[in-house]
Design a protein around this ligand. Structure first.
Ligand code: ZN
Length: 338
């Protein structure tokens, strides 16, 4: 089993590296995983027993849906925007100190965040801001800018946007603890939401955030609706608010990436995703990054999307991730899920 576990762990590095490498908005960061040596340590997956396969998928798996019967305020659908304020941290976590890449990240705090906040403020829409500690360290004014609106949530996004699946458990845990303490000191309140940097969930991440008492995670992709997160097949006590790469501005709007789409095309994808969420009465959760969506030709996408959503129905519940997690827990306790 040790060999199998080693093989599995290395395989997950490979798979996540392939998956996440193409989604970084800075092409110099495409080295999160490595394929070297992955087949040398253990059995190939086709020789695993059923128990080993089940163990492999059960690290963090979807439990019951937490889709409520109704959303607050008569909302036909819940809409929740998150902004991962990565700025310079993706370069820094790779040890990349190239000035050009750092300046591209610097734009996020220097210019783009203010545009994002202005658009949200014009419609009074709350959002969740997941910020690596080092982003706050380099641009502490961002915290006050976000706080000044009084409606937004702060969530954890690592210390320096670290690659969780490349870290020993004790290092990953120490960095999350550091990040929570740093954010509490900077914002004045303890965050309840976790988003793994690059959505990179290690074999240990769930246990760590469970131990630290987080209310919810927003890094995994097993549903469109909120769901209960299982650890080893048992309820973890955490709500999962799922994400998706097609509901993320970074992969499609990287002009140097291999999947670039124009902002107008991306807007159409987001509209179509919202339309089906609306018909289903479920949840539309969109991940964005100030240094991606906050450029002039992209901020228009966010503005048009909000206009489109508001024109569709005046009863849309715009909420932070925390508000959604708290609400679905309450509905679950009252037996009001569907
Ligand atoms: Zn990020």
């Amino acid at each position: 089993m040790t060999q199998v576990k080693t093989f599995r762990r290395v395989c997950s590095v490979v798979a996540l590296g392939l998956l996440f490498g193409c989604t970084q908005f800075n092409p110099t960061t495409e080295n999160e995983g490595t394929t070297s040596g992955w087949s040398e340590d253990g059995l190939p997956a086709y020789d695993w027993s059923e128990q080993e396969i089940r163990e492999a998928v059960n690290t963090a798996r979807a439990g019951r849906s937490l889709q409520p019967m109704v959303w607050p305020e008569g909302g036909k659908v819940a809409v929740s925007f998150s902004f991962d304020v990565d700025n310079e941290t993706i370069s820094l976590r790779n040890g990349d100190t190239s000035v050009g890449a750092l300046s591209q990240g610097e734009y996020g705090g220097r210019v783009a965040l203010a545009r994002v906040l202005d658009v949200l403020a014009s419609d009074g829409i709350p959002a969740s801001f997941f910020i690596p500690s080092v982003s706050m360290m380099l641009n502490p004014g961002m915290v006050e800018a976000i706080k000044s609106h009084g409606i937004h949530e702060f969530g954890i996004h690592g210390w320096i946007h670290e690659s969780n699946n490349q870290l020993p458990e004790d290092v990953e845990r120490r960095l999350v603890v550091q990040a929570v303490d740093y954010m509490e000191a900077m914002t004045g309140s303890r965050p309840v939401g976790y988003r793994a940097p690059s959505w990179n969930f290690s074999q240990n991440t769930l246990k760590i955030i469970q131990d630290l008492g987080f209310l919810y995670d927003s890094s995994l992709m097993a549903d469109d609706r909120p769901y209960e997160l299982l650890a080893g097949g048992e309820p973890s006590g955490l709500v999962e608010l799922p994400v998706e790469w097609i509901l993320d501005d970074a992969p499609l709007l990287n002009p140097r990436g291999n999947s670039y789409s124009s902002p107008r095309e991306v807007l159409q994808v987001f509209k179509d995703e919202f339309d089906v969420a609306y018909e289903e009465g479920t949840m539309f959760l969109l991940t964005m990054h100030p240094h991606v969506i906050g450029h002039r030709s992209r901020i228009l996408v966010l503005k048009e999307l909000i206009d489109y959503i508001k024109d569709k129905d005046e009863n849309i519940w715009f909420a932070t991730h925390q508000q959604i997690a708290e609400y679905v827990i309450q509905m679950a306790e009252e037996g009001k899920l569907r």
